[in-house]
Design a protein around this ligand. Structure first.
Ligand code: LMR
Length: 397
């Protein structure tokens, strides 16, 4: 049976990560996978996380199973982190959450849940979107279609085209939106544009699914959730897939959440029974560690403050690097204007260079960039920026 299989290409992001690890060039630079790095190129464990882990080691009393939805205190705190303490959907008891193994696990649970709600649902994703979105929904048997989003030419948004396309999306279909720090372009909707999308969803009846994997990496925890909160205050039903990989630096612990908002508490309870049966049929119950850490941090004023500070440091460093990157590239006098890098949010921007140039960067300079020209800004540092800018200027000649 296995010998019938044909080999598949490596994942465009994770394959790059493996290739970078193998590269022995001391000047190598990893701008591939979306992982935060400090000035030394490390991805440290946050201090707040270390303290929560120490607390857990001392205070954990059992390794018995947790329930299908995972750690319920964690779920409760995630809902508040996403929506804010006083959101009308929370006060009306319309939201339900299942802890999930990372943002990807949350998306996969959401995909199976959507399939149970409407087998024929199409999931509409931005052009472009995170490479894994498409394969993930298709793997769950859903049709995936794209709607215009990023303007490659002007390095902005194709907002009018996006709205025109979304007007054609029928009731019962799902529209996936990135809450903030759009992956891969870094281009986000502003509050006014979120409002227009929310009104459209309400009028035409499609169901929004908001993927929020970078809360706190754009402008701040509250600011980055504004669009999501606005949608949640406007529509009757929506899904939210969240991740603690980036903002808590808990990448390998695989901790996220799949939430949905229903039109009332009764519908929410019924739908929740379906969501939990989806969980049961995939992995039965989520792992405990990551949720416990997040729950401990968010349950302590002191640790929450420390986490806020560490998150702000990561965000400020990325924003500083955006300016450094733009200035260093523009200073090389290349024909391209890189000022768009400063206008975008979060870890990613498209450099706007072609495949041959990306290959040259990797082969001649050991600089690793995803094939779409997405760069992880956090991979740049004061030490490697000159090498990077020189290399880009050379391949652009
Ligand atoms: C990324 O986009 O690089 C991250 O979300 C990591 C991944 O799993 O692809």
């Amino acid at each position: 049976m296995f010998s019938e299989l044909k080999p598949l290409p490596t994942d465009p992001i994770l394959g790059l990560m493996a290739a970078y690890k193998k590269d022995t060039n001391p000047n190598k630079i990893d701008l591939g996978v979306g992982v935060y790095k400090d000035e030394q190129g490390h991805t440290p464990v946050l201090k707040a996380v270390k303290k929560a882990e120490a607390f857990r080691l001392e205070n954990e009393t059992t390794k018995s199973y947790i329930g299908l939805a995972g750690n319920l205190d964690y779920c409760d705190k995630m809902e508040k982190l996403l929506l804010g303490n006083e959101h009308p959907a929370l006060l009306a008891n319309r939201i339900r959450t299942a802890q999930a193994p990372g943002g990807t696990g949350a998306l996969r649970v959401a995909a199976e849940f959507i399939k149970r709600c409407n087998t024929d649902a199409t999931v509409w994703v931005t052009t472009p979107t995170w490479a894994n979105h498409i394969s993930l929904f298709e793997a769950a048997g859903l049709t995936v279609k794209e709607y215009p989003y990023y303007d490659y030419e002007n390095k902005g948004l194709l907002f009018d085209e996006m709205i025109e396309a979304l007007k054609q999306v029928p009731k019962g279909d799902i529209v996936l939106l990135h809450a903030c720090c759009h992956n891969p372009s870094g281009m986000d909707l502003n509050a006014e544009q979120w409002q227009i999308v929310a009104e459209l969803a309400k009028d035409s009846g499609f169901t929004p699914l908001v993927d929020i994997a970078y809360q706190g990496f754009g402008s701040g925890l509250e600011e980055d959730a504004q669009g999501l909160r606005l949608l949640a205050a406007t529509v009757d039903e929506m899904l939210i897939c969240s991740s603690c990989s980036k903002n808590f630096g808990l990448y390998r612990e695989r901790i996220g959440a799949c939430s949905f908002i229903a039109k009332d508490a009764v519908v929410a309870d019924v739908a929740n029974s379906v969501l939990l049966s989806v969980v049961r049929s995939i992995y039965s119950m989520p792992p405990a560690h990551g949720a416990d850490i997040v729950n401990t941090i968010l349950g302590s004023e002191e640790l929450t403050q420390e986490w806020h500070q560490e998150l702000a440091e990561m965000r400020d460093r990325i924003n500083g690097l955006r300016s450094l990157l733009k200035d260093s590239l523009n200073a090389k006098g290349t024909s391209q204007d890189f000022s768009f890098i400063e206008r975008q949010n979060g870890m990613f921007s498209f450099l706007g260079i072609d495949k041959a140039q990306i290959d040259r960067l990797r082969e001649e300079y050991s600089i690793y960039i995803v094939g779409s020209s997405r760069v992880n800004v956090a991979g740049v540092s004061k030490d490697n920026i000159a090498y990077f800018a020189d290399a880009v200027a050379t391949v652009l000649k």
